[in-house]
Design a protein around this ligand. Structure first.
Ligand SMILES: Cc1ncc(COP(=O)(O)O)c(C=O)c1O
Length: 366
């Protein structure tokens, strides 16, 4: 029995997260600062360790989507300025306030809900994302005025979010910028110490005019490419690998099948390896007959249906693969971007989809 073999583990290289942040900071113009976005448990990588690595790499802010995520980061000792970017219920406002996190509004009626607590508030202008924020610049101005007047509240920033920053050559980013910049300038004239922020990873890498005072980078800090190509093109290093092991090796004669529904059948004498990881871990079922797994440095095709707890790969007629060999599902050249292409999705969903059952293991470069 091979000691140390693990059923399903996501190994996260925190040195890579740190270097990705240095890379992003080096791209920043005009003294802009880096806010590391670690929502959804750091895009599946682990929020707290990645926040720490990002801060070591020069990030000065941390952002999350939900108040509970801010509370978690404070509980484990993250002391940096924290921004909760998402919508908040009144109960969540209390959680954010207790975590000394900044919050976002776009509506003076919500300012009335916030009033009375000690909170820094950012006003969000919707310049085209069509999600959170107001499209009405007068409403955004009223929200600013309401914060100025409310007891306990302080204006922390003005912000917007881009809809198409990852579509290189698209003109809409420029239109959103043109809508946001005058609002940011107008509010900053009265409040010079607030931060104006707009850029996500793609905008940060693509458009220096989007940098303002702060950029909010998520996907790129994990070494995932916001443009869904090779992260190396942007000088980014994937931080996460997904590993399992070979639990069984068995021959398969012509006509013998593997998996639910018999969606793979041996055409000639071959071997199968069973790997104890499945859609219960985030290996999506749509990868059925549609992925490669690395064993001993070689790619083997996934054969048959992805089950909840197991997959099978075809090894061929002669094989050196043995039980307890390591199986690499993501890493060593198989990227989250490759999975995303096969699944017709984006790399964000691949790593966010790794479930709690997958152990997270942290290391630095070894
Ligand atoms: C408001 C907001 N800002 C910034 C980000 C970070 O985006 P990315 O991961 O593309 O850098 C997100 C993530 O979706 C977001 O919702």
């Amino acid at each position: 029995m091979a000691a140390g073999v693990k059923r399903a583990v996501a190994r996260v290289n925190l040195a890579a997260v740190q270097r990705n942040c240095v890379r992003l900071r080096d791209a920043l113009t005009g003294g802009a600062e880096l806010c590391a976005v670690v929502k959804a448990d750091g895009y599946g990588h682990g929020a707290a360790p990645c926040a720490e690595a990002a801060l070591a790499g020069g990030a000065t802010w941390i952002a999350v989507a939900a108040a509970s995520e801010a509370a978690h980061l404070r509980a484990v000792g993250i002391a940096a300025p924290l921004l909760v970017m998402g919508a908040l219920t009144p109960a969540e406002v209390d959680v954010a306030a207790a975590a000394h996190a900044d919050v976002v509004t776009w509506d003076e009626r919500f300012v009335a809900v916030l009033a009375g607590r000690r909170l820094r508030v950012h006003v969000k202008l919707d310049t085209g994302m069509g999600r959170l924020g107001t499209r009405d610049i007068d409403q955004a101005r009223r929200a600013v005025a309401a914060i100025e007047e409310a007891k306990g509240l302080e204006l922390g920033g003005v912000m917007t979010h881009f809809a198409t920053a990852d579509e290189v050559g698209d003109a809409f980013l420029g239109e959103q910028l043109a809508a946001f910049a005058p609002f940011a300038e107008e509010v900053k004239e009265r409040h010079p110490s607030i931060v104006a922020h707009a850029a996500n990873s793609a905008a940060t890498l693509r458009e220096p005019r989007s940098h303002f005072d702060l950029v909010r980078c998520g996907v790129a800090i994990y070494g995932l490419d916001p443009f869904q190509r090779d992260p190396g093109d942007q000088g980014l290093e994937p931080a996460l690998t997904l590993r399992s092991y070979v639990a069984a090796v068995k021959p398969a004669a012509p006509g013998q099948s593997a998996g639910y529904g018999r969606r793979w059948t041996a055409g000639e004498p071959t071997h199968l390896a069973t790997i104890p990881i499945g859609y219960g871990d985030g290996v999506r079922r749509a990868l059925t007959n549609n992925a490669d797994v690395l064993i001993r440095g070689r790619r083997y095709p996934l054969a048959g249906t992805v089950s909840m707890d197991n997959i099978t790969v075809e090894l061929g007629p002669d094989t050196y693969v043995r039980p307890y060999d390591e199986a690499v599902l993501i890493g060593d050249g198989v990227t989250a971007e490759e999975w995303a292409r096969r699944l017709d999705t984006i790399n964000y969903e691949v790593t966010c989809g790794l479930t709690a059952r997958v152990e997270r293991e942290y290391h630095r470069d070894d």
